[in-house]
Design a protein around this ligand. Structure first.
Ligand code: ADP
Length: 588
């Protein structure tokens, strides 16, 4: 990066540096602070003075030292070589940095986000003479065994391809030349840059109506997230935010995963860093990292880098969406991101809003989640992509009325509410089925009916209703005892209990149980609900004995239905019939 004109530091306050002589600086411009050349970003301008958010430790830096302008905005590098990488919040590859400077990142180290030396076999899909527009695919490289990386015409360029070069190329080699309508030649490389705070352009939004299949039963069946949707997981400490995010990252059917660990407890991110490279993609058997990019803020990075990390992740995620992939971005935890914002705002002496958060917390939060979406990709083809965003929120003391949770709930359409009581009772995932919701349930109903079963939505709605009734009935039982219930009400309680214990309960650490396909989810629930449907009249018969009923041998089979292998739908069907006929045979 070439550096121009110098400003001078007049004040240093933690990650905030104020400099004078900055009249030519622009908002969000990247600057280098002091002779150590620490990376910073201009976040406010006031005449000749600029406030700079510094992404590295500022200890030892003081007034009088220089600030160098670059004329560039904080951007990420995009191109082959992103996948399988671990980055910090400003896209420095952690493995490379470790090699250069040891376990702790030395200050002022500038390592490019994408390897310049590695060669990729570029396979053109256009010919010389073809007309192309922004977003069109020029060619492809096999980035990993799972992902074919599409090299697209950068935004703002269109015209005629005058040169196209196949074969082994480094990311900075010219792979194509495009002549625009003014006769100007644009050299295209596989390396592009994009400013992280500006959403990438798409070709128009689509209605998100495909479910993001996670394999977690309570999520897929009861509170589905659509591909291109936005969801949040609020929960107090220890309720399962990280486990849920990681389980979704491991098993969901997005093709590319971007996992942002923004300053959550350091050791958790270490878990991810250690564990992910070992994991295999259940859909393909390939290592999970082949479709994953991890962004981690190590604990010795300053608060400002957390603020940037969610945007770095988002921009990378949008780039793969633009290629036509389904991408999922997990941010854990966005509360740390908001706290970083609060800290910077405080240092800037801005007028504080609720609980000291800046007044723009709401608009920043909305701006972040609004980058999710199912889109038609930019370009003339009919590529479609999606970007699903799942943000964990850690409200202090589990108080959902605090500003970060409230602002998040306003813009996300799925709420997976973790419940400390359930976690304490070791009911996992500790997602509260009464308070959680999804506004995509109607969007994805078509998929369930077409791909799973005609009655899948009815079964799900009935189960949902029983869980709600259960809560009311439990209240009655608490007040006046079980005897006050009618046999049918008792049946509701028994069924709801089965739904909770056999269907909703799912152990993320059990290789067999961690993932359930949609069709298996349907069958497991259908079998439990068959008891309910078939026993309606039976329970009202005189002398009906619930304890005897629960001891029927077929009930044992229902409990074990989760052991029936995926794909053995006939076995489920046979069991459903057996349940119905056994119960019917009790009819007097
Ligand atoms: P948080 O991120 O909300 O602080 P964690 O995700 O670290 O909480 O979860 C805390 C603990 O709860 C985990 O270490 C694990 O023992 C347990 N747990 C959470 N979710 C599950 C799950 N789906 N299956 C099994 N255990 C879980």
């Amino acid at each position: 990066m070439s550096t121009q004109q110098e400003g001078t530091i007049i004040k240093v306050s933690g990650p905030l540096v104020v400099a004078k002589g900055m009249s030519t600086a622009k908002m969000n411009e990247i600057v280098y602070v002091s002779e150590q050349r620490l990376l910073g970003e201009v976040i406010s301008l006031d005449g000749d003075n600029a406030s700079i958010q510094v992404y590295e430790e500022t200890g030892g830096i003081g007034p009088g030292e220089p600030v160098y302008l670059t004329g560039q905005t904080l951007s990420v590098e995009l191109g082959p070589g992103l996948l399988e990488n671990f980055y910090d919040g400003i896209q420095r590859p952690l493995q490379l940095i470790e090699k250069e400077s040891g376990a702790f990142i030395a200050r002022g180290i500038h390592v490019p986000g994408i390897d310049r030396e590695r060669k990729w076999d570029f396979k053109p899909v256009v010919n010389s003479g073809d007309s192309v527009a922004e977003g069109d695919v020029l060619g492809e490289v096999q980035e990993t065994t799972l992902i074919n990386h599409r090299i697209m015409v950068p935004v703002g360029i269109s015209g005629k391809v005058t040169e196209i070069h196949s074969g082994d190329k480094k990311v900075e080699d010219v792979v194509a030349v495009i002549e625009d309508e003014h006769g100007k030649n644009h050299k295209i490389t596989m390396l592009q840059k994009w400013p992280i705070r500006i959403p990438r352009k798409d070709g128009g939004k689509r209605v998100p109506n495909e479910p993001l299949i996670t394999g977690t039963r309570i999520l897929d069946t009861l509170f589905p997230l659509a591909k291109g949707g936005a969801g949040c997981i609020p929960g107090p400490f220890g309720a399962g935010k990280t486990v849920t995010q990681q389980t979704v990252a491991k098993y969901c059917d997005a093709e590319v995963i971007v996992y942002v660990g923004c300053g959550e407890r350091g050791n958790e991110m270490t878990d991810v860093l250690m564990e992910f490279p070992e994991l295999k993609d259940p859909n393909t058997g390939e290592p999970l990292m082949k479709r994953t990019i991890l962004i981690a803020n190590t604990s010795n990075m300053p608060v400002a880098a957390r603020e940037a990390s969610v945007y770095t992740g988002m921009t990378i995620a949008e780039y793969y969406r633009d290629m036509g992939y389904n991408v999922a971005l997990m941010a854990d935890s966005t509360s740390r991101w908001a706290e970083a914002m609060r800290e910077m705002s405080g240092r800037l002496e801005e007028m504080p809003g609720e609980e000291g958060y800046p007044a723009y917390l709401g608009s920043r939060t909305a701006g972040f989640y609004e980058r999710a979406g199912a889109v038609k990709c930019l370009g003339s083809g009919d590529r479609k992509g999606s970007l699903t965003v799942i943000g964990a929120v850690s409200p202090p003391g589990g108080d959902l009325s605090e500003p970060v949770t409230q602002n998040t709930l306003r813009v996300t359409k799925v709420f997976w509410g973790l419940d400390a009581n359930l976690a304490r009772r070791r009911h996992f995932p500790a997602i509260n089925w009464l308070s959680s919701y999804s506004l995509y349930d109607e969007n994805v109903a078509g998929h369930w009916k077409k791909e799973v079963a005609d009655d899948s939505i009815d079964v799900r709605n009935d189960a949902m209703r029983l869980l709600q009734e259960e809560a009311k009935l439990e209240e009655i039982v608490r007040l006046v005892g079980m005897d006050a219930l009618s046999p049918k009400e008792r049946l509701v309680l028994e069924t709801a209990k089965s739904i909770r214990e056999e269907f909703l309960f799912q152990n993320a650490f059990d290789a067999e149980d961690a993932y359930t396909s949609l069709t298996k989810q349907y069958w497991m629930l259908k079998i439990i609900m068959t008891i309910y449907y078939s026993a309606q009249d039976i329970v009202e018969q005189e002398d009906f004995d619930f304890d005897e009923f629960k001891k029927l041998p077929v009930m044992e089979k229902v409990v074990k239905s989760k052991e029936i292998e995926d794909g053995k739908w006939e076995a489920f069907e046979v069991l459903a019939k057996e349940v119905a006929s056994t119960i019917q045979s009790l009819k007097k």
